[in-house]
Design a protein around this ligand. Structure first.
Ligand SMILES: C[S@@+](CC[C@H](N)C(=O)[O-])C[C@H]1O[C@@H](n2cnc3c(N)ncnc32)[C@H](O)[C@@H]1O
Length: 191
C-alpha cells in the first residue's frame, strides 16, 4: 500500500524535498501515465517514486517485456518500494539521486528510455538542481519520448517545463486532494 503515515512523517521531517502531505491519489497516478502507448514493450523511468502510487499503476499496465526503473532518494521509501513490489521481475528500484540518471541506466545496459514519469518536487529544486535534472533527462530520453510531471499547483509552474520542452500539455485531475494535474512534456530544447 501507499503507506500515507510514512509519507506524512517524511513530509514533516523534510518538507520541500517531499513537497506533499500525502501520496498521489489513484486518479492522479492514472492521469500521469495515461499517455503511455503500451502497444509494444517500453522502458519507463520513474523519478521520485515515494511510496509507489504511480509505480503501482505503471506495473498494472506494463507488459512483462517492458522494463520499469524507479529512482528514489529516500532510503526508507526505497526499502518500502522493494518490499511492496518484490513480485515484479520487470521493476528495478534504485536508491539514488536523479542527477545521475545516465550512470544508473548505463550500468543496466540502457541507453535511452521511452517515458520519464516524474513525481519530483521540481519547483522546490534550486536553479542548479533543475538544470542538472533536465540535462540528465535530455541525456536519457528518446527524441520522441515524453516527460510526464505531476503538479499540485495546476498551471502555476508551466513556465519551468516550457523552458526545456517545445510542447507542454496539461491534464487536470480534480479528484486528487488537493486538485492536481500532469504536464505532458515533449520535444526537448536548449533553454
Ligand atoms: C511529491 S513526492 C511524490 C511521491 C510519489 N511519486 C507520489 O506521487 O506520491 C516527491 C518524491 O521525490 C523524491 N525526491 C526528491 N528529490 C529527489 C532527488 N533529487 N532524486 C530522487 N528522488 C527525489 C522524494 O523523496 C519524494 O519521494
Amino acid at each position: 500500500m501507499n503507506n500515507p503515515a510514512l509519507f506524512l512523517k517524511k513530509f514533516l521531517r523534510y518538507g520541500t524535498t517531499i513537497a506533499s502531505v500525502a501520496p498521489s491519489s489513484v486518479w492522479l497516478s492514472r492521469a500521469t501515465i495515461s499517455t503511455i502507448d503500451w502497444s509494444c514493450p517500453r522502458i519507463i523511468l520513474e523519478l521520485g517514486a515515494g511510496t509507489g502510487p504511480i509505480t503501482a499503476e505503471i506495473l498494472k499496465k506494463a507488459t512483462p517485456e517492458s522494463r520499469v526503473i524507479a529512482v528514489e532518494q529516500d532510503a526508507d521509501f526505497a526499502a518500502h518500494l522493494r518490499v511492496r513490489f518484490s513480485r515484479y521481475k520487470n521493476l528495478e528500484i534504485i536508491h539514488g539521486d536523479v542527477s545521475e540518471l545516465a550512470r544508473y541506466l548505463k550500468g543496466r545496459g540502457i541507453d535511452k528510455v521511452d517515458y520519464i514519469i516524474s513525481g519530483l518536487p521540481v519547483p522546490s529544486f534550486t536553479g542548479e538542481a533543475q538544470q542538472a535534472l533536465f540535462r540528465s533527462v535530455r541525456a536519457v530520453l528518446k527524441q520522441d519520448g515524453s516527460f510526464n510531471q505531476i503538479t499540485e499547483f495546476p498551471l502555476l509552474y508551466k513556465r519551468i517545463y516550457k523552458k526545456w520542452f517545445k510542447d507542454v500539455r496539461f491534464i487536470f485531475e480534480p479528484r486528487n486532494i488537493p486538485p492536481a494535474g500532469v504536464y505532458i512534456c515533449r520535444n526537448m530544447q536548449e533553454p
